[in-house]
Design a protein around this ligand. Structure first.
Ligand code: B16
Ligand code: MG
Length: 217
């Protein structure tokens, strides 16, 4: 039996949300806008453009198109400064165990991320060669909760959507997986990710028996 396993990046494979937070906070504070951890939570899985729009909404500010574009580039530059210092020690607990198990079982493995920086991040943490397909923010025109990112992933894996499984930490990502008719597995809090078919706090809680049952279902 073969299934396609599609991983989100930020919050599932690595915790880059903390770097997004530092970069967005610097930008927001520079505009005289407060930026809290709670607000950062709401930007999880949200595209770069939409993230800046939301921060400006929260701060009650508007910018010219030129300034908007310039600040987005500046935020990304700041973010890349943190990314460049990443290494394999930042891979979240038991991600490697699950990836190895899936590869042993000859399962399809893909990345489905909103980030335009997904490839450099995977390279930094030395995971690029573990994926049979990569779909990131450069490949999609519609952001999660639209299912586009995962449907492209299924296509690249040559799998039907209903034979795919998505690991996601964001509500929008779980909704996208459900809309794609895939099995949705939340990584995080049960009360936040209640729309998911299954929820695990992190991969340390996910047994090989569970994955096997999904594969042979
Ligand atoms: P970038 P994911 C998402 O990654 C992040 O959760 C979100 O906070 C970020 O704004 C988005 O990528 C775009 O990232 O600025 O690097 O293109 O969770 O979909 O892997
Ligand atoms: Mg995520």
């Amino acid at each position: 039996n073969k299934k396609g396993f599609i991983f989100d990046l930020d919050g599932v494979i690595v915790d880059t949300a903390k770097y997004h937070f530092l970069a967005w906070r610097k930008l927001a504070n520079g505009l005289g806008i407060d930026f809290t951890h709670e607000e950062n939570e709401q930007l999880k899985g949200v595209s770069r453009v939409r993230s800046l729009e939301k921060i400006l909404e929260w701060g009650g500010k508007t910018l010219s198109e030129e300034e908007f574009t310039r600040l987005m580039a500046k935020k990304n530059e700041e973010y890349l400064g943190y990314i460049n210092k990443m290494d394999a020690s930042e891979i979240l607990p038991d991600v490697n165990r699950v990836l190895e198990f899936l590869s042993e079982k000859n399962q399809g493995v893909a990345l489905g991320s909103a980030s335009k920086n997904a490839r450099p991040i995977l390279e930094k943490v030395n995971l690029l060669d573990k994926f049979n397909a990569i779909v990131d923010g450069n490949d999609v025109s519609k952001a999660k909760p639209d299912p586009e990112v995962f449907l492209i992933g299924a296509k690249l894996l040559n799998m039907r959507p209903e034979d795919c499984v998505v690991f996601e930490d964001s509500v929008a990502g779980i909704q996208a997986a459900n809309k794609a008719d895939m099995i949705s597995i939340g990584i995080g809090e049960k009360d936040v990710l209640h729309e998911a078919d299954y929820v695990f706090k992190d991969f340390t809680e996910m047994s090989e028996e569970f994955i096997e049952a999904i594969v042979s279902d």
